[in-house]
Write a protein that binds this ligand. Structure first.
Ligand SMILES: [Zn+2]
Length: 685
């Protein structure tokens, strides 16, 4: 990854969260994707890269914490999954797969010669579904949704021939089979031909056809569509009658559900990759679309130990097939101005179909990227569908033709202020600050966005409209909109009810979550996670402000207090100091806190001997890796910190523990060994 500043990473992560949410909605809720799957994967991958490089910038609404889309506008009723439906992280290269295997070995702390087996199967391109069987009888079927809440598609699923109403054999009392509802390629083509003849909806690809067909309010429509099912796993179960993934899948097949005929058990990275190649080779001949190969740790006790991180299990990964490319014309370069004034060039393409999906836009990142590619409007370019970072122009075919280079604007297209790149930075920013309408509206949009105050009904368009009318100067003005009820009513598209709903949604946020409010202010480097970490420590915004100002004034204790928080570094402390140093910001802040009163931030704790405590692991651990230990601590509601301080409650010390152990002893902090820790974990269940 090229060198990128923290602030830019924060901006890009924000943009990615929005883009990914948008494309998720187009894909999952509307069955009408705008970009190819590979392009989508590239966005997700870029997000993951940035999050790996800047873990403290991970957003509350990070796509890595969500699966699929949130079920909101669906006509189907909602189902809360008893056990969350996860999705898998992606691997794109052989090295990614080797890294995954090495990560598993490290996490489990296995010796290099300990044999490890993985299952490998084709990753079918369909809609994930959970089928709940009780006493062997199908009682409920739900889509994945956002992983926690899906849609009830029980009547629809009952029409799918592959899915038996009754399982036969020794089936546990409760067993949720998970798999993919899909449409075969030939059936898809026939369906689209029939749809065309009937002037119905044409589906972009088999996956969307399957999703659209399953998510019907009227199950008879589903019945008329040729859907299939393939099981790949399970969720909640009263018993799991096997010790390995491979055996369990055979068991599920024996009960009467289809399982991939390409499922194999591999004992080395080489065997996994060989199976991947053979599936890739067979891909074109398969009757259905696949987009990669899924590997899973075979031993179920190991899967259990590996557990999950954010939205994905540590024990599985999807190895995607490589990208496709397409050639088209770059018709225009538009410049967008973001919340921090950054000018982002967006390439508008002559629409090009890649794998059945129309691609029209591509990000060009920044001035340097345009110079690197030597592109200007009118050029023929090659678009990459997947792969390395963001979906982008990989080649400029017109490069050799002599012509004038594209001139990156030196003035903001929104406010006309000078646009400059600070020394050492690649990004060009508008210097207009608060006079720049683009920056101000973007800040307001950020303030009401889902991860921040989340005000329903106050979307980007409304913000822009109210801003243009001069009604919204700063966040506090949102809470004064009630005095403009009649003015709003006079605007096109507003009725009594919609205005009342909006004003009620605003009133409902008079006592907002302090961390969301802090995040909404858009202070540099203070992402959703950082905001939460800060509020966990300081509980109220005035307390945070006092500490930040004291730290900036040179108070060593206040500085230590801030930097003792895991993930808070000098950049955040400085950004907070700078924020409160600026009189205008303080005015906005005080104005806002005159309108809203966030209650003191409370940290939820779980019921275990270490809930709410801060634990430090030091020295060598013998039965597990440091990561596994930290993950255990978090599961028990404790916080795993990196260094010992007066705030540490417990130190788990293994052989070779040095300065941290010494410091703990000096401070009189309780010290236990790994075995005692294992007892605590066991006691918590
Ligand atoms: Zn501007």
């Amino acid at each position: 990854m090229s060198i990128i500043t923290e602030a830019d990473a924060a901006n890009e992560l924000m943009r990615l969260a929005k883009q990914i949410a948008h494309h998720n909605r187009r894909y999952h809720a509307e069955d009408a994707p705008e970009i190819s799957d590979a392009e989508f994967d590239a966005l997700v991958r870029r997000n993951a890269e940035l999050e790996a490089a800047f873990p403290h910038l991970i957003r509350d609404d990070s796509p890595s914490r969500k699966v699929g889309f949130e079920v909101a506008a669906s006509p189907l009723s909602k189902v809360r999954h008893e056990q969350r439906m996860f999705s898998l992280d992606n691997a794109f290269t052989d090295e990614d797969v080797a890294d995954f295997v090495a990560r598993v070995r490290r996490f489990l702390n296995l010796p290099a010669d300990e044999p490890m087996a993985f299952t490998a199967e084709d990753k079918i391109d369909g809609l994930s579904c959970s089928l709940r069987y009780e006493q062997g009888k199908l009682v409920r079927a739900a889509t994945r949704g956002d992983g926690e809440v899906g849609e009830d598609v029980t009547p629809n699923v009952r029409t799918i021939a592959d899915i038996p109403e009754l399982l036969h054999g020794d089936v546990p009392d409760v067993f949720e089979v998970r798999g993919e509802v899909y449409m075969a390629k030939a059936d898809f083509l026939a369906l689209n031909a029939a749809q065309e003849a009937a002037e119905g909806k044409i589906f972009a690809n088999p996956r969307n056809a399957a999703a659209g067909s399953l998510r019907q309010k009227d199950a008879s429509v589903t019945a008329s569509r040729p859907l299939r099912f393939l099981a790949w796993g399970w969720g909640a179960a009263s018993a799991v009658p096997a010790a390995s993934q491979f055996e369990m899948m055979q068991r599920i097949a024996a009960w009467g559900l289809p399982v991939s005929p390409l499922l194999a058990r591999c004992e080395s990275v080489a065997a996994m990759l060989a199976h991947y190649r053979s599936i890739e080779h067979a891909r074109a001949e398969l009757g259905y679309d696949i987009d990669g190969v899924v590997y899973k740790v075979d031993r179920l006790d190991w899967q259990e130990r590996l557990g999950f991180v954010a939205k994905a299990p540590r024990w599985g990964i999807a190895h995607k097939f490589p990208a496709e490319r397409a050639e088209t014309t770059l018709e225009a370069i538009d410049i967008q101005v973001g919340r921090t004034g950054k000018l982002t060039p967006v390439g508008r393409l002559h629409p090009v179909t890649v794998g059945g999906v129309v691609v029209q836009n591509v990000t060009l990142h920044n001035r340097d990227e345009i110079a690197r590619l030597g592109v200007r409007p009118g050029d023929r370019v090659v678009i990459q569908r997947a792969g390395d970072v963001i979906p982008q122009v990989v080649e400029n075919l017109t490069r050799a033709v002599p012509r004038e280079a594209y001139l990156f604007p030196d003035h903001c297209p929104e406010c006309g202020s000078e646009a400059v790149a600070e020394e050492g930075e690649v990004d060009v920013r508008c210097t207009g600050g608060l006079i720049c309408p683009a920056q101000r509206t973007e800040r307001l949009k950020h303030f009401v966005s889902r991860a921040a105050l989340d005000i329903e009904g106050l979307g980007e368009k409304t913000i822009a409209e109210f801003f243009a009318l001069g009604w919204l100067e700063s966040p506090a003005d949102i809470f004064r909109l009630k005095s403009r009820r009649d003015d709003i009513l006079r605007l096109e598209g507003w009725k009594d009810k919609s205005v009342d709903n909006l004003l009620a949604a605003i009133e409902a946020k008079r006592a907002p979550d302090a961390a969301r409010l802090l995040f909404g202010l858009g202070i540099r480097h203070v992402g959703a996670v950082t905001a939460r970490d800060l509020m966990k420590r300081f509980a109220t915004l005035p307390a945070l402000r006092t500490a930040a100002q004291a730290a900036q004034a040179g108070d060593g204790d206040a500085l230590a207090d801030l930097t003792a928080i895991d993930g808070i570094g000098p950049a955040v402390v400085e950004a907070l100091g700078d924020f409160f140093h600026e009189p205008h910001n303080v005015a906005v802040w005080e104005d806002l806190l005159g309108e809203v009163s966030p209650p003191p931030y409370v940290v939820e704790t779980r019921d275990s001997a270490v809930a709410g405590k801060t634990v430090v692991f030091t020295g060598a651990l013998e039965t597990m890796s440091r990561d596994e230990a930290k993950a255990q601590a978090e599961r028990l509601g404790a916080r795993a910190a990196g260094s010992v301080s007066a705030k540490t409650d417990l130190v788990v010390a293994g052989p070779g523990a040095g300065s941290k152990l010494k410091k703990a002893q000096e401070l009189g902090i309780e010290v236990i060994d790994e075995a005692a820790w294992a007892e605590i974990v066991k006691a918590a269940g």
